[in-house]
Design a protein around this ligand. Structure first.
Ligand SMILES: C[S@@+](CC[C@H](N)C(=O)[O-])C[C@H]1O[C@@H](n2cnc3c(N)ncnc32)[C@H](O)[C@@H]1O
Length: 374
């Protein structure tokens, strides 16, 4: 299903939650009416007026390897492009170089060839070149940090965490932070494990430690640098350090690893209007001194709206604009919001006192923040 036209029985929030959980390869059940394909429809593409939907089976990467989109093979193939003339200076097709397939097939404007290299080598060269270009390009107008002084994107959570503490102060942060759209919990890991700041992740995606986080925690506990009674969320069945270490070590390589849940608090749901209707969420929200969002996607506007409405300080690092989903956004001069720069201006114009700064990591690194009614 490429497009859901309307949702009759479920609220848009339920649909958004469903969408956030679906990954390529998952088997989903959709109930609705199939529409006749339009004249412009791509092969294999159809539209459904959707009444209901559910995930029937998740794709298990551990057991089955990476999901390969077989519909792409039906409609495309490298040989099809040979029939049309693609400019030899055109950039390589991103989908094709990454997966060996492209849904657009012969209609693709980009090149489907490796220039005589093996696909693996061509892919490695393409990735290296993109990385080089990305590091040289400022992420936004006004970002004067030299690319050579920036850390890799992987360090964004720890850099953001340090900036938050420097800006809002450890005392304020220690009262509690709401980490909206926190994903797997990287920013909350930095706050809770590395800085002993209480934080709650709000995201439908389950939190999960990566191998590095796992190992660091194990070593800290093993060497007595981390006090487990201070770190573990109550109630806990692990009073004893060796039991906990055994659990952590046994879990590290398992797909269903639940270690993050022992240390980081999460509300596994979307942040939206209904969030405060739940008494536990409402309490967590009231107790939080700052609302933060690192690349919070669709939750960006919601964080700003909630923060301003409840006079709570916020700090967000916006990334995607989602202009098609938000045609109502207007800048002060009446223009619609269509680019990243427009979006940043729009968010800054939401209230007097919204400030901005650039953080030293690659990628989208502009933080917008409001200190509250000082
Ligand atoms: C680009 S990821 C960023 C995750 C994480 N902050 C990071 O930097 O790695 C965006 C996240 O936003 C979450 N998200 C989108 N809309 C949301 C909402 N309304 N409430 C909570 N989470 C949301 C998605 O589930 C996804 O995990």
């Amino acid at each position: 299903v490429l497009l859901v036209m309307s949702v009759e029985t479920s609220s848009s929030e339920v649909f958004e939650e469903f969408r956030a959980n679906v990954r390529p390869g998952d088997r989903i059940r959709v109930t609705g009416k199939v529409q006749e394909p339009g004249v412009d429809a791509v092969a294999c593409q159809f539209e459904v007026f959707c009444r209901d939907f559910a995930i029937e089976e998740k794709w298990e990467t551990e057991k089955r390897g990476c999901f390969q989109d077989r519909t792409a093979a039906l409609v495309s193939g490298p040989s099809m492009q040979e029939e049309m003339s693609v400019d030899q200076d055109a950039p390589l097709c991103k989908a094709w170089i990454n997966t060996g397939q492209c849904l657009k097939g012969a209609a693709c404007r980009y090149r489907h060839d490796t220039g005589g290299e093996t696909i693996g080598k061509a892919r490695a060269m393409w990735v290296a070149e993109r990385r080089r270009q990305r590091l040289q390009t400022p992420s936004a107008l006004g970002d004067h940090l030299p690319p050579s002084d920036k850390c890799s994107k992987r360090q964004r959570a720890s850099i953001f965490c340090r900036w938050l503490i420097d800006t809002f102060g450890k005392e304020k942060m220690s009262r509690g932070v709401l980490d909206v759209a926190g994903g797997s919990g990287e920013l909350s890991y930095e706050m809770v494990i590395m800085s002993r700041i209480r934080s709650t992740v709000v995201d439908p995606r389950p939190i999960k430690f990566n191998k590095w986080q796992h190992r660091f925690l194990e070593n800290s506990i093993q060497q007595g640098q981390a006090d487990i009674s201070e770190l573990l969320l109550p109630p806990t069945m692990y009073q004893d350090k060796s039991d906990l270490l055994e659990h952590l070590r046994g879990c590290r390589r398992r797909e269903g690893c639940d270690c993050a849940q022992l240390f980081l608090k999460q509300e596994q749901r979307l942040f939206g209007e209904s969030f405060l209707e739940d008494p536990e969420c409402s309490k967590t929200f009231d107790e939080s001194a700052v609302i933060v969002g690192l690349h919070p996607d669709e939750a960006t506007d919601i964080i700003v709206n909630f923060s301003l409405a409840h006079r709570k300080p916020f700090a967000i690092i916006p990334c995607c604009v989602f202009s098609h989903q938000n045609p109502h956004r207007r800048l002060e001069d009446g223009r619609p919001v269509s680019s990243y720069e427009d979006y940043v201006s729009y968010l800054r114009q939401r209230a007097p006192g919204v400030r901005h700064a650039f953080l030293p990591f690659a990628g989208k690194n502009q933080v917008l923040y409001w200190m509250g009614d000082e």
